[in-house]
Design a protein around this ligand. Sequence first.
Ligand SMILES: [Zn+2]
Length: 463
Amino acid sequence: MKRSYTSRSVLTAAVLLSLLALSCGSGPRYVAPKDRVVVVISIDGLPGWEWKDPRLPVPNLWKLAREGVRASTMQVTNPAVTWPVHTSMITGVRSARHGVLFNGVPLRPGEKTPVGIKQWHDKEQLVLAPTAYDLLYDAGFTTAEVDWVAIHNARKITWRFPEIPNPEGAIEREMAAAGIISETDLREFFKSSPVWRDYYWTQAAVHILKRHKPNLLLFHLLNPDASNHRDGPRSWASRTAYAYADQCVAMVLETLRGAGLTDRATVVVLTDHGFKAAKRFIQPNAVLRRMGLLKTAGGKIDGDAYALSAGGSAMLYLTNPARKSELAARLSAEFRKMEGVGRVLTPDEFAAWDLPDPRTQERMADLVLYAKDGYAFTAAAEGADLAGPESGYPGHHGYPASDPDMDAAFLAWGYGIKAGAKLDRISHLDVGPTLTALFGVTMPNVEGRVLEEILVAEQVRAR
Ligand SMILES: [Zn+2]
């Protein structure tokens, strides 16, 4: 409001004071969308059920939950596998629509050859639905990612430090010049443990926040998932990995404080799936080999069927079109009677399981197998149909998303978040639309919803 100058200075001062009181006291503080910072931290593989333990060793996360909002748990959709789940969160739609079924894209090289997974497939071809960061970028916001998944060469990311850093990348060059990471460590990034990588990914998130202050930062920590696979959920290694991830979160919070961003920043900490322990291993490719449907010779595999295993589930591809219907029936029957197999899904059931129809989506398998509790699938084509603990890691995910053990976690804190709001079991499909809502942007055609009950409406409105 423009006011003309008046000599009645006392009255002017009184008006100014009352305006100041209005902006500071009675109404919530408002930050324009272009000045907001939303940091999303994904702690891979930290189960929702772990939060039932009040001594889960994550003091910084507990503090965020106390001062902000924590969902009692977060249900995921199928497949309960890292890249598909992250993509469901960031697109707000199920795999049937976004098309990400593995940690990469399944490639069908030809008839009678096994299906393989190409991990570093460009996001623009891999992800078939718009993401929250695509929409925010189009609305004029800046976006950044550190070790996020299913995001290779994404066009609408302003700053990036990818899972495998590029020594010639802009952020990598800035960090090397500032002495944060050496040229050798950038080149040999994967000659290290996931613990070391989580530290440097955190350093990258810290650097991007300090130097560039992006509107949206997507940041992913991997070590808890790696520890749960190798040592099993509920192990000391697993708990130590959570405690370390909590320290990485603390480094990000300290950066927000140091950069003077705390009053305009929202922090969302989420996880992608739970974990289960397994001691018995189903080897579907060994079953196919025994049935004469798959041959291994000199390290090469060919045949009429091939299974891609993902821990608690396996996707079975029938690679010989001439025998497809015959083998679908025969293999359904074979796997249904196998010890440890809980379910065999046929294509008419896929839609109810969030999965695409293989008749319209060639990435999709022809049958899906789910393991019972205590069992998991391996990729091995050699050996027995069933194997013991020596054949696989003790921890797995990829079980049916309806299993509460696969539930993930969600908490939100800071600008625009209604402290103390109650949030029961949410869907991970709610994440994307809620993230854009923090900027006053609507995500159309999603299957999740905006978590309106945790938002301070006056703060997140776009003015
Ligand atoms: Zn994961």
